[in-house]
Design a protein around this ligand. Structure first.
Ligand code: AMP
Ligand code: MG
Length: 514
């Protein structure tokens, strides 16, 4: 009897946990600049809970430059030890693992009970830039917020998020970053059994619009105020946390950041895919890479997410949806005003919301101006031209990334683009504008190549990398990461990463992968 218990899975789990706790006393922390600001907030903000144990965690990718930036010291930490810490099997002495509480609107419907159902913040550290960063495991087991889910993640979504986050960073987009990817050695059951994985992400903050809605929905005004001050102190150095107008000032600053962010997404043909308010950052970074995708052939109505039946989160809707999300935030923030002032405050927020769209339009025109090799500061004059170019891409369903990248061809010949009146009109106005602003063709070409990447994480390539990873081969993952780390520089022998998919390679839908 004893023998069979000893060999059973429960026993193995217990002993493994025991080994973990043992090592905790001997281990020197790898986090040289650890902090715990969020863990000091009231208990309604989180559940303190350890990650679940994985059977045989193996490190498959590690971001050393980011680790160095974050002051993670690994002198005595072997590859195996890293796998232990970043799977959650081994608790670093400075880690206070917790799952964050939040709510949110999903596809327009409020869900009061979300929260990290499969993620654990391990610790905060200060980076070389003096800012605080959260280090969080994703796919690390159940928490009180898991509801029906298993708290786990297959390896595929881990690799997807790792690749896309780092690509976004290299493309200059504010985003969460990738620190580690681990294979757990356990199977995760979805439509079929799949190898499990844990992703470690790093963020200047993981607080979402849904975090504000969480306390507003519960009428916890005191906590709402604490959250606001926390976010401002940590992520808005330009604001005074003691200001009487803090809710509005924060709202204005976030709106501006989000307007800029969405404009940048649009400039890359990036579709977030699940812009629920729980996936919209309170500091204006890209978070939660679920069913997101970069477009191949341009279609402004493009939707990837397999659960987005009505196209709510289509490419062209992203700014309107962000405005909708900000309206939800405004409703939550209004609770911070005394009841007698709420109506007039609502009107002020309403005006700010309208400013969002104007602000977005400006950033969009600035981004697109640069992509056309034109002066950003003259964005007002370029709006018509941008429209013509986009309708030309739309009409012919041209590859978004390559059409911009190859714009310099049009300086000498139009032969490589489909011929029509739109193109003629575009080239005429574009050239006139270009040469009015800059005379040297070399300089124009350089500007165009600096604003238009050659390599984006194309879906069909990601799928190939994931396929190999499930077969145990991580070489393609590493190679793709390398290519995407220099998206604007042509790299020899890497043509397959810049080409649009062949017919049989096309991916038409993406999945959350939860
Ligand atoms: P996401 O789409 O990943 O942003 O998740 C939305 C919500 O579902 C969050 O509250 C997650 O924590 C939760 N969730 C997603 N996947 C799982 C899972 N496998 N197990 C438990 N909770 C999950
Ligand atoms: Mg989410």
């Amino acid at each position: 009897m004893l023998r069979s218990i000893k060999q059973g899975p429960k026993y193995r789990r217990l002993t493994r946990h025991f080994h973990g706790v043992q090592a905790l006393h001997q281990m020197k922390s790898i986090f040289s600049r650890a902090q715990h600001s969020y863990a000091q907030l009231p208990q309604e903000f989180y559940q303190k809970i350890s990650p679940q144990v994985s059977t045989e965690p193996k490190l498959i990718e590690w971001n050393q430059p980011l680790a160095t930036f974050l002051g993670i010291e690994l002198d005595d930490a072997s590859l195996r030890q890293r796998a232990q810490v970043f799977s959650g099997n081994l608790q670093d002495p400075k880690s206070i693992p917790l799952a964050m509480a939040y709510s949110g609107h999903q596809f327009g419907h409020f869900n009061p009970g979300l929260g990290d159902g499969r993620a654990h913040v391990l610790v905060e550290v200060s980076g070389e830039d003096g800012k605080i960063y959260d280090i969080q495991l994703k796919g690390s087991g159940r928490t009180q917020f898991s509801r029906g889910g298993d708290g786990r993640s297959p390896l595929g979504p881990v690799i997807r998020e790792y690749l896309i986050s780092e690509a976004m960073h290299a493309l200059g987009i504010p985003t969460t970053r990738s620190l580690a990817a681990v294979e757990t050695g356990d199977l995760v059951y979805r439509e079929q059994p799949l190898a499990g994985g844990i992703f470690t992400r790093v963020a200047q903050s993981l607080i979402r619009i849904g975090s504000f809605e969480h306390f507003a929905a519960r009428g916890q005004v005191k906590h709402l105020k604490i959250l606001l001050e926390y976010v401002v102190k940590r992520s808005y150095p330009e604001l005074d946390p003691r200001s009487d107008h803090l809710p509005l000032e924060f709202f204005t600053a976030l709106s501006e950041r989000q307007a800029r962010l969405v404009a940048k997404w649009m400039g890359l043909g990036f579709i977030h895919g699940v812009m629920n308010t729980d996936n919209s950052s309170a500091i204006g970074i890209t978070i939660d890479y679920g069913p997101c995708a970069f477009m191949d052939e341009f279609d402004e109505k493009k939707v990837f997410s397999s659960i987005d039946h009505y196209g709510r989160y289509a490419y062209q809707n992203q700014a309107v949806i962000m405005q909708w999300n900000l309206a939800s935030l405004a409703r939550a923030l209004l609770l911070l005003y005394p009841e007698s002032e709420q109506e007039s405050a609502a009107q002020t927020f309403e005006l700010k919301l309208q400013d969002f769209m104007a602000c977005y339009q400006e950033h969009y025109a600035r981004v697109m101006s640069m992509k056309l090799g034109l002066e950003e500061k003259n964005w007002r004059q370029h709006r018509e031209l941008i429209k013509i170019w986009m309708s030309y891409l739309q009409k012919h369903h041209l590859d978004f990334t390559l059409s911009f990248r190859n714009l310099d061809f049009l300086l000498s010949s139009e032969a490589s683009f489909p011929q029509d009146e739109l193109l003629k009109e575009f080239v005429k106005v574009w050239k006139a504008q270009l040469f009015q602003e800059e005379e040297s063709i070399e300089k124009i070409t350089k500007d165009l190549h600096r604003s238009n990447p050659l390599y984006i994480p194309r879906n069909h390539k990601i799928e190939q990398v994931i396929e190999s990873a499930y077969q145990g081969d991580h070489t393609p993952f590493r190679e793709m990461l390398g290519v995407l780390s220099r998206p604007f520089t042509q790299q020899e022998g890497k043509e397959s990463y810049s080409q649009s998919p062949k017919k049989e390679e096309r991916i038409t839908a993406t999945f959350c992968g939860t």
